[in-house]
Design a protein around this ligand. Sequence first.
Ligand SMILES: NC(=O)c1ccc[n+]([C@@H]2O[C@H](COP(=O)([O-])OP(=O)(O)OC[C@H]3O[C@@H](n4cnc5c(N)ncnc54)[C@H](O)[C@@H]3O)[C@@H](O)[C@H]2O)c1
Length: 458
Amino acid sequence: MNFKRKILCIGAGYVGGPTMAMIALKCPQYRVTVVDINEQRIREWQSDNLPIYEPGLLPVVKEALNRNLFFSTEIDRNIKEADIIFVSVNTPTKSFGQGAGMAADLQYWEKTARQILANSDTDKIVVEKSTLPIRTARAMERILNSNDRGIRFEVLSNPEFLAEGTAIKDLEAPDRVLIGSRETEPGIRARKELVDIYANWVPHERIIESNVWSAELSKLTANAFLAQRVSSINSLSALCEKTEADINEVAYAIGTDSRIGNKFLKPSVGFGGSCFKKDILNLVYICRSYGLIEVADYWESVVKINEWQEKRFVQNILVNMFNTIAGKKIAVLGFAFKADTGDTRESPAIYVARGLVEERANVVISDPKAIINAKKELFDINACVTYEEDPYRAAEGSHAIAILTEWAVYKTLDYKRIYDSMEKPAFIFDGRNLLDHKKLYEIGFNVFSIGKGPLKHI
Ligand SMILES: NC(=O)c1ccc[n+]([C@@H]2O[C@H](COP(=O)([O-])OP(=O)(O)OC[C@H]3O[C@@H](n4cnc5c(N)ncnc54)[C@H](O)[C@@H]3O)[C@@H](O)[C@H]2O)c1
């Protein structure tokens, strides 16, 4: 079949896989290929056992697979053939040298830029899909356009705003698609090509066009604002616990103000995920490098509050269980950083599980989708942790339960049965304010939640 254009995406991860599957589904006139250096990932994308868990993803992939959606490890050949190349490789926090622990590690991204250059013999549009520091497009342009073969590359920024767990919904009906380009004639022409792709299913008024720097910065800003709301409500949850105010009531009361809005006001053990912390620290690093110390400090405090909230959660368990949990069995229900994903990157459960193990508790971890990833996260302490997919078995004989992911299934468990199988006094620490605390208290549990006084029998 003759395709209108050939699209390539480098990086078949949580972003590259679902976004390209959606483009392929909605735009059968484009050939979409996704490549990765990870052969196993590519094999899994070609199977019924996808490398990531995401509700609704499998049917989307299956419909387009081998029609106009292809997964491959042949990176060089696919670069040569492509007209439009999305770069969706990982951009983790740098762990070495200058900026370690703060700046983005751009080594994967730069390798990709050089590989594109080495394998191109026609003009191409290169799209930054990965989240990158502001002004990365300039570095990319410099590398790509350093060739003396007369090949021109136009670099666009098209940051991805999908949220794991709702990726398919977010991709199918996005709040907005943002496309930034240089304000030159070829830049605007390239931008129009990308707008035309999304316009196959996204209404025009939801496709925002901007300059390339605004697009790059908007992604970091969006994540910083979202995380800031979580840290803001979490900081006040601590005050509620001291004053008999109820953070859920406070959140509801302020959320009805249309200027504030009611989203992202849920108190919890803290935010996780691969992006929030990394992107804020990246923003902090950029601000510092421009001498904007106050701005950097302001945003850094969002991460600090999050770390404090995780720490506070472990301390609460320890203090309320008579200052010792050594030898006590604690069932951690939920390890994914949020519900409906198997992703455990930066999950608060990592910090909590490690804190409990440090206090020599016998930690049992249960999760419907994240046990494989949990084992990888805790690789160095796996001898001190057990894994049990069935929450009832995990809770059996335990002294306490800690809810760390808001999986819907945890709401409907038979807590009387669980209580009967536990050591007494039985404790429950609800790190997501997910459960009916009054009911649990009536069953006999000592209940501790976020931002509300405890319900105790002891
Ligand atoms: N995960 C999210 O929810 C999310 C949302 C929006 C934006 N982002 C951003 O998107 C980017 C990708 O995130 P992700 O979660 O998909 O990461 P990921 O780690 O799941 O996937 C990245 C993939 O890139 C591959 N890769 C790395 N170097 C490569 C190379 N040289 N050639 C080919 N493949 C290569 C890796 O093998 C990996 O499979 C990051 O910048 C992230 O910040 C992520």
